[in-house]
Design a binder for this molecule. Sequence first.
Ligand code: SF4
Length: 231
Amino acid sequence: MGTIIDVAYPANATAVQSQVLQLKEKKPDVVLMITYTSDAILFARTMQAQDYKPPMLLADDAGYSDPSFLKATGKISQGTFNRSSWSVGPAGSHTALIAKMYKEKRSSLTFTDWWMFALRGETVSGRVFSVILLPTSECNVACDYCFERKEPHRLSPTLLPLLTRRLLDHLENEHIEECEIYWQGGEAMIMGPAWFENAGEVMNRAAAERGRQFVHYLQTNLISYSRPGTE
Ligand code: SF4
């Protein structure tokens, strides 16, 4: 049997560079993670920043089963394996009812199957397709754990209809009715509210014309947030 090491970190840690450095130096074949959501996100970003990826990362439920982990880490969490407990339970139970609702919404895949597909960045069902779009990689702050290359680049309004058309082509080809768009950055709100209003109108109108639907989500640090009408 090989060597097993425990790498601990304090509760409420805001930096895990030294823990990731330990992993990097020890070169384990497998890293087993049990963390809360915020810690899972912090580890994923720190590993990315330190250019470290274990041969296998096995997560045990907790933060890795939280959908916000995937939203926050996006493609850098690709390849992660997660174990989530799920039992359908007896007919008529709450869990059986939830499983039925889930299957109606998300095809015949189990929740665990769906999550593993999502972690690999693949289409998760025949009905919903999820995409992360970065309208800019610029940001208005400088977090010390940030891994973004903050190049001065913004998605132009002239490119948006082309991008929309390509997405809708894909939805049609794959017989998918709904596309979830996760807008991220950099700091996505650098583009300003008007840009997003216009993008939403352009995309949603084009989707409706082809019998499809976009659902938009926004990840922001809220630094440029102001109440409507006060900016
Ligand atoms: S808020 Fe900006 S600096 Fe902080 S992690 Fe996000 S992109 Fe990087």
